[in-house]
Design a protein around this ligand. Structure first.
Ligand code: SAM
Ligand code: SF4
Ligand code: SF4
Length: 380
């Protein structure tokens, strides 16, 4: 593993300033990209910093004390994030996910949740607001987040065994603290709660059954455990296919201990294939981004910590919305929400990203990993 680090181009600065069309119809919520996919889900990265150094995301030898994280002045303020979110809602987004880096490291995140929870969709409905966290600060923060209007939470948990967990987060963080965070989230009513396990063959695949048992026995149907195939995101994790355990094999292993039945998708564009325990013990999800790409229904956009819009997890370039939020028109007037909405409409209408599908067909864009943006920067 040691030799795999690639010199990395800093793609945080690769972003085009969006074009603002002179005349554009007001958003209808019916926007579609070039493959006919609507825009429904916005993932917002609130920090590029993290207190973990998971080797598949922020390997320690790259993200060390020398690494230059974004300065605070680059980050979108809570007001700017809320403004962008409001504009996206007009385009049909009904679901927001806060992510990072580790989102709970962003100071006073509850205040942002409160601002976002006050927004309404184009149809006047409350938003589905959720957050993905490594769980390290969840015990302290769960109740305040719930009080601020957070509905649900996803906790990443790659192992139940403390030694394996500490090795995977690479900062010696104990698994017991994350388990206490999950318990606090459930007590606060952040349910149903999802637990995400990234499976790396040879690293934590022996944790599939212990985690499944733990979730069934301790939480039951309130917690859905999802197994994620290890992905080739970013440029630094030294990904190789040998370390991917296909979801079909995860299912096989689960099948040695439990009877499972397939479930229909709960919503269009859902990333996980759902299965339920035949004895009513809850459900699990399989996220097969590598072996069974789901680009065809991908309705997700990602907003980076500093306000760049990315149309795909594997994008090479973002669209600099912050330039519009903070900049001005040639006559000195600030850009209006309607103008920014029109710019976003144009960007989405031109989208044809489907990296995972092309990877599966061995047609992924050349140029390679060194040109991909990092996961901790645009959020998972
Ligand atoms: N720090 C938070 C956390 O870990 O939950 C939020 C950000 S993290 C980038 C979001 C999700 O991406 C996590 O569930 C993480 O496990 C997943 N992730 C990161 N790198 C990945 C990779 N190479 N393959 C698959 N999933 C990955
Ligand atoms: Fe941090 Fe999450 Fe990335 Fe792990 S996966 S390094 S917790 S951002
Ligand atoms: Fe969506 Fe890109 Fe992932 Fe395909 S590869 S599902 S287009 S984010």
């Amino acid at each position: 593993m040691g030799e795999t680090i690639i010199a990395l181009a800093d793609l945080r600065y690769a972003a085009a300033v969006p074009q603002v069309p002179l005349h554009a119809p007001a958003p209808t919520g019916l926007l579609a990209d070039r493959l006919g996919r609507p825009l429904r889900d916005l993932r917002i990265s609130v920090t590029d910093r993290c207190n973990f150094r998971c080797s598949y995301c922020m390997p320690k030898d790259v993200f060390d004390t020398q690494y230059k994280f974004l300065p605070h002045s680059s980050l979108l303020s809570f007001e700017e994030i809320t403004r962008v979110a409001r504009i996206f809602l007009a385009h049909g987004v009904g679901k927001l996910r806060l992510t990072g880096g580790e989102p709970l490291l962003r100071k006073n995140l509850e205040a942002l949740v409160e601002q976002l929870a006050a927004l309404r969709t184009g149809a006047g409905e409350a938003l589905d607001i959720t957050l993905t966290t490594n769980g390290s600060l969840l015990e302290r923060k769960a109740q305040a987040l719930r009080d601020a209007g957070l509905k649900r939470v996803t906790v990443s948990l790659d192992a139940l065994d403390d030694t394996i967990f500490r090795r995977m987060n690479d900062v010696d963080f104990p698994v017991a603290d994350v388990l206490r965070g999950i318990a606090a989230a459930l007590r606060a009513g952040l349910a149903p709660l999802k637990v995400n396990m990234v499976v790396k063959r040879g690293t934590n695949d022996d944790q599939i059954l212990p985690l499944a048992r733990h979730v069934r026995e301790h939480y039951g149907p309130d917690v859905v455990l999802r197994f994620i195939e290890y992905m080739d995101v970013g440029a630094t994790n030294g990904w190789c296919m040998d370390e991917v355990l296909p979801s079909s094999q995860v299912l096989q292993r689960l099948g040695t201990a439990f009877a499972l039945e397939p479930l229909a998708p709960a919503a269009a564009g859902e990333t996980a294939q759902r299965w339920r325990y035949a004895d009513g013990g809850g459900e699990i999800g399989l996220i097969s981004s590598v072996t069974q790409a789901f680009c065809r229904d991908c309705n997700r956009a990602r907003l980076s910590t500093e306000g760049k819009l990315f149309l795909c997890l594997f994008a090479h370039q973002g669209h600099d919305l912050r330039a519009l939020l903070r900049g001005a028109q040639p006559d000195g007037q600030p850009w209006s929400d309607e103008q920014i909405a029109a710019a976003i409409g144009l960007i989405w209408a031109g989208r044809d990203d489907r990296y995972s599908e092309l990877r599966g067909a061995r047609q992924a864009p050349s140029g390679g990993a060194e040109r991909r943006v990092e996961m901790h920067y645009i959020g998972g």
